[in-house]
Design a protein around this ligand. Structure first.
Ligand code: SF4
Length: 371
């Protein structure tokens, strides 16, 4: 029997309702990279063409990591006798002169892990070597990183440390929408809201007048949220709605948030495409300085990081451009030869367009070139 959250009849019904209710083409931003891929995978860009224009947002953690931070990771990975660990997506993201994958091929000991707890285990198994985990991610990832640091402290594993490049989503959205924007509504990341609850997103309708729906990840949940946004636009309402109640509660997950604040404090952070955003980063508290890679190691970093001029990821993750408008898309930049993080990452917009929207590309290119 079809699960109601994937029921084709229900999906069809929602599509028809959305088509019949949109007063004009609505620009809906899917903040989260997982939503970007789901929208492409389920062909919603095509099936709602002429009604909904889906715009990608800054919710792919690999994509918002700056080139300077990639260079920084490369510098840490070059420290002699050190094992560095990372999620797989970071490996092929180009830095200014190299990438983690290239220096791994040259001999650096860089290992892909699925969890910081795997990195901690590598440290336990290799007591004579320093093990650094590259902490890249949002509020969903950070509690587990915090748990790994607490474990390391409890078991006195001093050869483990974290380079924290973590970022927080609400601050980035505030920065993004504080400038002029042409977005009609937001699909908010359900997994971040599962940790934070609803309140940290309430400024979006209140301050920025943006209808917003916290959204799950099945076709029905995504379309249901689009329908709610459509209705809000039609009724001229700005509200925050929980469209993912089977997972997200009003108050989120206080235990996960406690893990975060026990180990990290908020600080300013640099975002690709958005620049320096106050209080949008998470640094390791002094109590954990023995496990803070930035306190333990000071590798020499490049003074200057000239930007990769032709990659347009910064414009794509801020909704100013579609992947197909990038001159490198599909010609020079492909998943096999990525020129920027949006093509590397499993949550990147360019990768989603490349993988799922090929048959739609000709029209999208014509419609969106130069946006
Ligand atoms: Fe960057 Fe490649 Fe995307 Fe262009 S297609 S924005 S070069 S990742």
């Amino acid at each position: 029997m079809t699960h109601p959250l994937n029921d084709p009849a229900h999906v069809q019904n929602l599509l028809e309702t959305i088509r019949s209710k949109t007063p004009r083409v609505l620009r809906i931003m899917e903040v989260c990279g997982t939503h970007t891929h789901a929208v492409s995978r389920y062909s919603f860009r095509q099936t709602l063409d002429g009604h909904i224009d889906f715009i990608s947002g800054p919710g792919c953690p690999v994509c918002v990591t700056t080139q300077a931070d990639i260079d920084k990771m490369i510098a840490y990975a070059r420290i002699p006798d050190t094992i560095t660990t990372t999620f797989g997506d970071m490996l092929r993201v180009p830095g200014t002169h190299s990438s983690l994958a290239k220096i791994k091929a040259e001999g650096a000991d860089i290992r892909v892990v699925f969890s910081p707890l795997d990195a901690l285990k590598i440290a336990v198994d290799n007591p004579a070597r320093q093990v650094i985990f590259f902490g890249v991610g949002f509020e969903t990832t950070v509690p587990v990183v915090a748990a790994s640091l607490k474990h390391a402290m409890r078991q006195n594993t001093k050869n483990y440390s974290v380079l924290s490049l973590h970022k927080t989503v609400p601050e980035a959205l505030h920065a993004l929408f504080s400038n002029h924007h042409r977005i009609d509504g937001l699909l908010l990341p359900g997994h971040v809201a599962a940790v934070l609850g609803l309140e940290p997103f309430s400024f979006l309708p209140q301050l920025h007048r943006l209808p917003s729906v916290v959204t799950g990840f099945t076709p029905v949940e995504i379309l249901h949220s689009v329908k709610l946004l459509t209705q809000m636009v039609q009724n001229n309402e700005n509200k925050l709605i929980n469209g993912y109640p089977r997972v997200v509660t009003q108050s989120g997950n206080p235990l996960a948030r406690k893990e975060i604040v026990d180990v990290f404090y908020q600080s300013d952070a640099q975002w690709r495409g958005l620049g320096d955003i106050p209080n949008s980063g998470l640094r390791i508290r002094p109590d954990f300085s023995l496990w803070d890679a930035e306190q333990k190691f000071q590798p020499s970093l490049p003074d200057d990081t000239p930007s990769l001029t032709e990659c347009c990821c910064g414009a794509i993750i801020t909704g100013q451009m579609k992947p197909v408008a990038c001159p490198l898309f599909k010609n020079i930049c492909t998943p096999e030869n990525p020129q920027g993080p949006c093509m590397v990452s499993g949550e990147g917009a360019c990768a989603a367009y490349y993988q799922y929207d090929r048959h739609f590309l000709r029209k999208e290119t014509a419609d969106n070139h130069g946006k």
